[in-house]
Unconditional design. Structure first.
Length: 201
């Protein structure tokens, strides 16, 4: 099995070959393997194209999959047990998500793009890690919609305009909203997902 690999392709056409073991952390690929002969899947040189994911983002995703395969990430409790992600994560996973070599904006963009990739590939631990990190950012320093838009460089045109769009947004980022739910006294930062939708009303 060690020689069997699949290929992830970034939007700038850079290919990353990843062993089947780590790749099966992606439920998208794992389901394919369960429904077909694994040798046949690999002979077909299975390729998964990740649109809107740059080389750097896909490289991070591959790095995560390969590490998580040998050293599984501990479950992150919901809601967050602490506002500061550095008091929740330790070791490799904390170093992975801090990305000290990037600017704040580059890090924010990378995390959000990894959420999209994790959602597409259905990688539960990566989605959980990124969602927890964003939830920590919000609870540490964003308390209203204007602050949220400024922190993550979001324009009004990108916000949901209808109930259907809002429902789709909540479904896509359901894990983030779960992590933001706070038990305890009100008034400490962002309390629930609803605070991000009422535009401060």
């Amino acid at each position: 099995m060690e020689n069997r690999k699949i290929t992830l392709v970034s939007d700038d056409r850079v290919e990353f070959k990843i062993p089947v073991g780590p790749a099966r952390l992606c439920e998208l690929f794992d389901t394919l393997c369960k429904n077909a002969d694994l040798d046949e899947v690999c002979r077909e040189k299975h390729i998964i194209e990740l649109k809107e994911a740059t080389e750097g983002v896909v490289r991070k995703v591959v790095e995560f999959l390969e590490h998580c395969y040998t050293d599984p990430m501990a479950k992150i409790e919901r809601p967050l047990i602490d506002d500061n992600i550095e008091n929740i994560l330790t070791g490799w996973y904390l170093d992975f998500i801090k990305m000290p070599d990037l600017t704040q904006q580059e890090r924010d963009d990378t995390i959000f793009k990894m959420i999209v990739v994790a959602d597409f590939l259905n990688v539960a631990p990566l989605r959980s890690l990124c969602a927890a990190t964003v939830a920590s950012m919000l609870r540490m320093g964003v308390s209203d919609m204007e602050g949220f838009k400024k922190r993550f460089n979001i324009t009004d045109s990108e916000l949901p305009k209808t109930e259907a769009e809002e429902l789709e947004l909540r479904q896509r980022y359901s894990e983030l909203f779960d992590l933001l739910e706070v038990t305890g006294e009100a008034g400490d930062g962002v309390e629930t997902g609803e605070n991000l939708d009422d535009d401060g009303e």
